[in-house]
Design a protein around this ligand. Structure first.
Ligand code: SAM
Length: 263
């Protein structure tokens, strides 16, 4: 059975001792009923993964001794997903799948034909929980950054620094994704790609995106549901950029967990 993975706040690690508290400690104690001596893995959200051994299981916390730790290397090409807000649970699905597929950062945005409900304060906390749970499941030590929701026009005007900017548009007929990526392969270290809402991008948004240096690309002749398009675009980009290869040092950048470029 693969080792159980838990999230720990970096401040709860002192030297070789870690103290897990809250829901993680409850999970260890009351759900999994682990015992002192059991091996566990935890990660602190900065890309470090710790192998540890449980020492004590107390009422309010679990203490563990760290045996060793490794750093998650960064992918050679980092991808930032700009996602129009979607209705209902679809955003939760996107956050979970984007985490599993290795997206570096997620930039939610409001758009003309998308929902404009202002985000509840608890929204970001809930989204963070979703991506942390996805990290635990897929053994990813560094969660994607989730940025505050902005207007698409603001995001187009001030995108995160990226070498390649794409807008996925169902009415694009001239160029295909692989043509665009083939042209950039050599010196592309980061891609920012936008996916629209259920109602699609407006013509004005697409025109503005092009003026701002975004290349419209197609995912083929069929109109995909918003969540299908995001998953397909992410998987194709990650495959084409080599980020679905086994995580060996040759396939990845040497500087583990360099801070993300701030948009
Ligand atoms: N406005 C579309 C319509 O005619 O019904 C629907 C938009 S689609 C549901 C949601 C988003 O998925 C689009 O804004 C686009 O970003 C992406 N998408 C869907 N199909 C696509 C395709 N064939 N090529 C590129 N992007 C696509």
């Amino acid at each position: 059975m693969s080792l159980r993975r838990f999230f720990i706040n970096p401040t709860d690690i002192t030297g070789k001792t870690a103290q897990l508290t809250g829901t993680e400690a409850h999970h260890i104690r009351s759900v999994l009923r682990l015992a002192p001596g059991d091996p566990i893995i935890f990660f602190d959200g900065t890309g470090t993964r710790y192998q540890a051994r449980i020492e004590q299981i107390l009422k309010d916390r679990v203490t563990a001794t760290i045996i060793n730790h490794t750093q998650d290397l960064l992918p050679k090409v980092r991808i930032h997903l700009g996602q129009a807000l979607l209705k209902g649970q679809k955003m939760d699905l996107i956050l979970q799948k984007a985490t599993e597929l290795g997206v570096d950062a997620i930039w939610p945005f409001y758009s003309e034909h998308g929902i404009h409900k202002p985000q509840r304060d608890t929204q970001m906390e809930r989204w963070q929980r979703i991506v942390l749970e996805a990290c635990k499941q897929c053994d990813r030590a560094r969660p994607p950054e989730i940025h505050d929701t902005r207007e698409v026009t603001d995001l187009l005007a001030h995108p995160p620094p990226c070498d390649t900017k794409l807008i996925f548009w169902e009415h694009e007929t001239r160029q295909t994704l692989n043509e665009v990526l083939a042209g950039q392969e050599r010196d592309c270290n980061s891609v920012f790609f936008l996916l629209g809402p259920e109602g699609g991008f407006s013509a004005a948004e697409v025109a503005y995106a092009q003026q701002a240096g975004f290349t419209p690309v197609s995912l083929g002749p069929r109109i995909l549901r918003a969540e299908t398009a995001t998953l397909a675009a992410t998987a194709i980009l990650q495959f084409t950029l080599g980020n679905l290869n086994p995580a060996t040092p040759e396939n990845q950048e040497k500087n583990p967990c360099a801070p993300l470029s701030k948009g």
